[in-house]
Design a binder for this molecule. Structure first.
Ligand code: HEC
Ligand code: HEC
Ligand code: HEC
Ligand code: HEC
Ligand code: HEC
Length: 374
């Protein structure tokens, strides 16, 4: 922690109230999570006094250098600038997206430079820190609030659990579909019921993703983290001129939800390859379809509903899945296999001009066991 400048603090103080007042309506666009209540109360308290710009990570940096550095490298900091997000946003540039991917901006407009470069910034998770910017000595009180509700999934739920919406123009409210666009918190509830019953220990989001207060939030960019989420066994039996490949995939107790979770287009793919390089794949993902809806005024429009959830279910009795795949065989060595994690559907990636290395990670790979191996 470095020395504090009173001038910088006075500045930060002014920014704090402005951010709260200007961003709460935009935050509410995409959220129905409980954590916004805190921001709302603060907003009501401070709205009168609001002058101009907003609180950024730069204002926390003098005293919390490590958190700022770690957070910079995370996808939270890059929630707007990340190429996979931007490619999708270009196809569907809704105000709705901005509320979560650039929460420091005014969701009604394209985000400005600050909102773009800050992404999901410190104040998105630490609304309570605004009070202590004004008076860092209030930190112990802050810490109480922080260790309680704030350090729990409620904080994450506002952005990590939400339904599809349909934007029907500026004069109509957003229409909320009953289908979750992301269902991570519900999945976690299923997993934790199981883990509490079997191991007596169910970790929450923060314990796995920000362990020991680390802000280098762990996720798809850390291969080792993906690896421990999935256990795989693959066997191949020869049946005449075919390999009969049988694979078992399971979400381990090291994950707290379905695999993959999060964005709707995430996929796992099991790919098997014979000696001639012939490949077959099985995809583990959610699939959706369009449905015609009619509202209370008799106006019709299309919404998106889930047709099938083919991902690995959260840890529990259903977390194991098997795949049976046939491959041509000419008497050579057993097939090779790999499990790939895709941040978006390969077809979508192609259409959006994303390179495979930006969106795909090989999680596990190997050679199939013989079918009677233990
Ligand atoms: C002038 C220095 C200063 C600035 C600027 C500052 N903080 Fe703090 N912060 C502190 C001090 C001092 C503590 C108490 C630390 C301790 O006792 O370990 C603290 C504690 C915290 C805690 C609670 C830590 C815990 O132990 O639970 C959070 C969260 C936090 N600050 C976030 C922020 C954020 C976010 C910003 C920027 C918006 C910020 N702070 C700006 C000095 C500062
Ligand atoms: C995605 C939400 C999120 C964001 C964004 C975030 N934090 Fe945190 N922060 C947390 C959580 C959760 C904890 C509590 C971790 C724990 O209890 O182990 C925490 C803990 C802290 C602490 C206390 C650390 C400790 O060791 O006790 C400080 C200080 C802090 N954050 C500052 C910041 C600053 C500065 C930023 C911006 C660079 C930031 N945070 C961004 C969620 C977030
Ligand atoms: C027991 C540890 C554990 C718990 C608890 C947990 N996660 Fe995860 N999480 C993981 C692992 C491991 C992965 C990597 C595998 C995957 O993508 O599903 C992951 C992946 C993710 C991803 C996807 C990363 C990406 O970019 O695709 C998100 C988002 C996420 N978790 C959010 C959460 C939230 C929110 C909670 C709490 C409701 C939570 N996690 C609880 C371990 C955990
Ligand atoms: C203000 C909204 C917001 C809040 C609050 C929030 N997140 Fe996120 N989170 C996001 C967005 C947006 C992304 C996706 C960034 C991207 O890839 O474009 C993300 C990404 C992630 C990822 C994937 C990171 C990776 O590298 O793959 C994990 C894990 C995650 N968040 C966990 C959490 C946890 C745990 C909490 C609660 C402590 C939390 N988030 C709170 C909006 C939020
Ligand atoms: C309620 C908050 C919320 C809203 C609204 C939202 N997102 Fe996200 N988005 C997230 C979170 C949280 C993640 C991280 C999940 C994960 O890592 O799998 C994410 C991840 C993504 C990703 C994956 C990025 C990556 O780094 O791989 C894309 C693409 C994306 N969102 C596009 C959009 C678009 C386009 C919109 C608007 C149509 C939108 N999102 C609206 C919260 C939101």
């Amino acid at each position: 922690m470095s020395a504090r400048s009173p001038l910088a603090l006075a500045f930060a103080f002014a920014f704090a109230f402005a951010w709260i007042a200007s961003s709460v309506p935009s935050l509410l666009v995409g959220h129905h999570g409980p954590h916004n209540q805190n921001a709302q109360t603060l907003a009501a308290q401070f709205r009168e006094r609001a002058p101009d710009p907003r609180v950024t990570s730069a204002q926390c940096a003098p005293c919390h250098e490590a958190q700022v550095r770690d957070w910079r490298g995370s996808l939270h900091a890059r929630a707007w600038t990340d190429g996979v997000f931007l490619a999708a946003y270009r196809e569907e540039p809704m105000a709705f997206c901005r509320g979560c991917h650039a929460p420091l901006g005014d969701a009604a407009n394209e985000p400005d430079a600050i909102a773009r470069s800050e992404g999901v910034s410190c104040v998105s998770c630490h609304a309570e820190s605004l009070a202590h910017l004004a008076s860092p000595r209030s930190a112990p009180a802050t810490r109480e609030a922080h260790r309680g509700a704030h350090a729990s999934r409620a904080l994450c739920a506002g952005c990590h659990q939400f339904d599809f919406v349909v934007d029907r123009g500026p004069t109509r409210p957003l229409w909320h579909s009953p289908t979750p666009m992301q269902d991570t918190v519900h999945e976690w509830e299923r997993a934790s019921r199981h883990l509490r019953a079997t191991t007596g220990d169910a970790r929450d989001c923060v314990q796995c993703h920000l362990p020991s207060g680390s802000h280098a939030v762990r996720g798809v960019e850390q291969r080792a983290f993906l690896q421990r989420a999935v256990a795989v066994t693959v066997r191949a039996c020869r049946l005449g001129s075919e390999w009969n490949v049988r694979a078992t995939l399971r979400a381990t107790d090291e994950v707290g939800h379905a695999v993959p979770t999060g964005d709707l287009h995430r996929q796992l793919r099991l790919v098997v390859v014979n000696a001639q390089g012939i490949e077959r794949a099985r995809v583990f993902s959610r699939t959706f379809e369009r449905r015609l809806e009619v509202d209370d005024r008799g106006e019709s429009f299309f919404s998106r509903v889930q047709r099938f959830d083919g991902r690995l279910a959260p840890p529990g009795p259903e977390s194991e899945d098997t795949a049976s795949i046939q491959l041509p065989c000419a008497g050579e060595r057993r097939p090779l296999w790999r499990v790939e994690h895709w941040r978006t559907d390969p077809e979508i990636a192609r259409r959006q001009g994303l390179h495979q290395r930006e969106v795909m990670t090989v999680v596990h790979q190997g050679e199939a066991l013989s079918c009677n191996a233990p």
